[in-house]
Design a protein around this ligand. Structure first.
Ligand code: PBG
Length: 337
C-alpha cells in the first residue's frame, strides 16, 4: 500500500496521538467563548422569567434575570447576545406595527443592556414573526401569500428603530428578497453607517425550529406555519450559494447558515467560495435533542455539545449562535483553569 504519505508501517499515525502534548500541537481547530453568540428570549419586565418546556435550561427572561445573564456572559468571555422578543398576543397584529415601536420591548431592552453593559455586543433579529398574529415573517396578501416588497418596507423601519436604540448588528432572518440592500440603504441614509448587517442568507425551511416557535409563541393553535415560500428547501445547496452572493452584493457584512449541524456541507462551501465572516445558528431543535438525550443519561451532554460546536468551527464557521452559549463559555473557562 503506497500513497503520498508513505506506506505502512513507516507512517504511524498514532505517534501524533500518543500524549496530550503532541495532540495539542497538531490540533487544527479551537473553540473559545469569544466564538459564541448567546441568543436570549426576552419578555416584558412586569413578567417573571418563564421556563420553555421544549428547551430545558433556557428561559424567557425578565429584565432582572436578563441583566444577570448579561453579566455572567461577559464574565464567561462571551462578547455578544442576540435578542429574541416574546410579544404578548394583544400587541401582535396583521400589520406588524409593534416591530418598529421605539418604546417596544426590543428597543427598550437594547437601551437597558447598553446602559449597564456598553461593551456587550447586541444583535437583534429583523423579522416580523414575533409581532404577527399569524406567525409569518411578513405581511399577508389577500391570497394568503407573504408579500415581499411591502414586508421589506417594514423591515427597513424595524432595522432603523433597532439601530436608533443602540443595537450594533441587525440580523434579518425573514428571507424576503432584496431586504439586505433596502436595510443597508435605510441605515446609511440615517447616519447608521456603522450598524452592521448579519444576514441570515441561507435559512432553510427546517423542522428544527419547533422549540423556538414554542418559545416565542409563533405557532397558531399549537401548529407551525408553513414557511416554504420564503425559507430554503433543505434539498438544495447551489441555491444557498446564490442567496449568499446576493446578500453580499447588497451589503451584508456577515452571513449565517441555519440550522447548523445538519448543514455542515453548506458552511464549508460558503467559506471556501466567499471567504467572508461565516456564522452558523445551532438552532432550538439541535439544542433540544442534545439536552433531552443528556437529561436521559443517554449521552454525555457536555462532551457532545462541545463536540458539535467544534465541528461547526471545523466546517468553517467563524462564530456560532447557540443556546449553549453561556454554559459552553463557562465549560471552556473551567477547562482552562
Ligand atoms: C424567524 C426565526 C426563527 C428562528 C430565529 N428567527 C424560526 C422561524 O423561522 O420560525 C429559529 C431559531 C431557532 O430555532 O433556534 N424569524
Amino acid at each position: 500500500m503506497r500513497n503520498d504519505f508513505g506506506s505502512f508501517p513507516q507512517r504511524r499515525m498514532r505517534r501524533m496521538r500518543v500524549n496530550p502534548f503532541v495532540r495539542s500541537l497538531r490540533r487544527e481547530t479551537f473553540l473559545s467563548a469569544a466564538d459564541l453568540i448567546y441568543p436570549v428570549f426576552i419578555v416584558d419586565s412586569k413578567n417573571q422569567s418563564q421556563d420553555i418546556p421544549s428547551m430545558p435550561g433556557v428561559k424567557r427572561l425578565c429584565e432582572k434575570d436578563l441583566l444577570a445573564v448579561a453579566e455572567r456572559s461577559l464574565a464567561a468571555g462571551l462578547t455578544s447576545l442576540a435578542l429574541f422578543p416574546v410579544i404578548e398576543a394583544q400587541i401582535k397584529s396583521l400589520d406588524g406595527a409593534a416591530a418598529f415601536d421605539s418604546q417596544g420591548l426590543t428597543a427598550r431592552t437594547v437601551r437597558l443592556l447598553k446602559k449597564y453593559f456598553p461593551q456587550l455586543g447586541i444583535i437583534c433579529d429583523v423579522a416580523l414573526d414575533p409581532y404577527m398574529s399569524h406567525g409569518h415573517d411578513g405581511l399577508l396578501g389577500a391570497d394568503g401569500q407573504v408579500l415581499n416588497d411591502e414586508t421589506v418596507a417594514i423591515l427597513k423601519r424595524q432595522a432603523l428603530c433597532l439601530a436608533e436604540a443602540g443595537c450594533d448588528i441587525v440580523a434579518p432572518s425573514d428571507m424576503m428578497d432584496g431586504r439586505i440592500g433596502a436595510i443597508r440603504q435605510g441605515l446609511d441614509h440615517s447616519a447608521f453607517q456603522q450598524t452592521a448587517i448579519l444576514a441570515y442568507s441561507a435559512k432553510y425551511n427546517s423542522g428544527y425550529y419547533g422549540p423556538f416557535r414554542d418559545a416565542v409563541g409563533s405557532k397558531v393553535n399549537a401548529r407551525e406555519v408553513d414557511k416554504a415560500t420564503y425559507q430554503m428547501d433543505p434539498h438544495n445547496s447551489d441555491e444557498a450559494m446564490m442567496e449568499i452572493a446576493l446578500d453580499l452584493e447588497e451589503g451584508a457584512d456577515m452571513v449565517i447558515i441555519k440550522p447548523g449541524l445538519p448543514y455542515l456541507d453548506i458552511i464549508r462551501r460558503v467559506k471556501d467560495r466567499f471567504q467572508v465572516p461565516t456564522f452558523a445558528y445551532q438552532v432550538s431543535g439541535e439544542y433540544a435533542m442534545l439536552k433531552a438525550a443528556g437529561l436521559q443519561g443517554w449521552i454525555d451532554e457536555k462532551r457532545c455539545a462541545l463536540e458539535a460546536l467544534v465541528c461547526l468551527k471545523r466546517a468553517g464557521c467563524d462564530a456560532i449562535m447557540t443556546y449553549y452559549g453561556l454554559e459552553a463559555g463557562e465549560w471552556l473557562q473551567q477547562q482552562q483553569d
